[in-house]
Design a protein around this ligand. Structure first.
Ligand code: 5GP
Length: 194
């Protein structure tokens, strides 16, 4: 997605070769217009496949799930990291290791909101080690729903996440695939000219 690649070049900050800071437009302050375009791009890619629900993980996947769900005309569900006192019903719970925080935590989705008849599209902000997306994939598996595919806004293609997810046979669509980066340069796997 050219709009996104251009924005990453302009406003993304590679803290080193591994971590990209995008908090001026994607995951702290949020460019709402760009977010809606991202939702449309995921909907265009997966819309023909009868998606009934979009699934993500709090917090930085939520606005992308919202934008995608609006474009598809379906609800979205986000996996919760903390068990709220109001979350009294049965849950699907899986452990997820966080790349940025260096810790493992449980994420949960109420069994009420993911069912065997659902056709689920998972979306998230980053595909890095793939652990967050593998956790969401496991939740879909536990629910018996059909996983249509995975949409990642930014893929760091130099990390192992895509290979781990592809090994499960799922279709992955990333809107910007970073081949390599440093504070001085940014190279995408597929440079988009349009
Ligand atoms: P994973 O390693 O499981 O694929 O990524 C988990 C989460 O870590 C992503 O959803 C994202 O929130 C965060 N993350 C991973 N890599 C980066 C990065 O380079 N920059 C930022 N800002 N977040 C990241």
């Amino acid at each position: 997605m050219k709009l996104l690649q251009d924005r990453i070049r302009q406003d993304g900050v590679a803290l080193n070769g591994q971590v990209l800071k995008v908090d001026s437009f994607l995951n702290h302050q949020v460019d709402a217009g760009l977010t809606m375009e991202i939702g449309k791009a995921f909907a265009a890619e997966f819309g023909a496949q009868g998606v009934t629900k979009v699934l993500t993980i709090e917090a930085s996947g939520i606005h992308f799930a919202l934008a995608t769900a609006v474009a598809l005309g379906v609800p979205f569900v986000y996996a919760k990291k903390k068990k709220a006192v109001t979350l009294t019903e049965d849950l699907y719970t899986v452990p997820v290791h966080s790349f940025t925080r260096g810790e493992t935590f449980n994420v949960s989705v109420s069994k009420r909101y993911l069912q065997a008849e659902d056709r689920v599209l998972i979306v998230d902000d980053f595909l890095a080690t793939g652990d967050a997306l593998l956790g969401l994939q496991e939740i879909v598996r536990l629910s018996g729903a059909h996983l249509v595919g995975i949409g990642a806004v930014i893929e760091k293609s130099f990390q192992e996440g895509r290979a781990k997810l592809e090994a499960t046979g799922v279709k992955i669509h990333s809107l910007a695939r970073i081949k390599s980066m440093s504070p001085e340069h940014m190279e995408f796997l597929e440079e988009e000219s349009l």
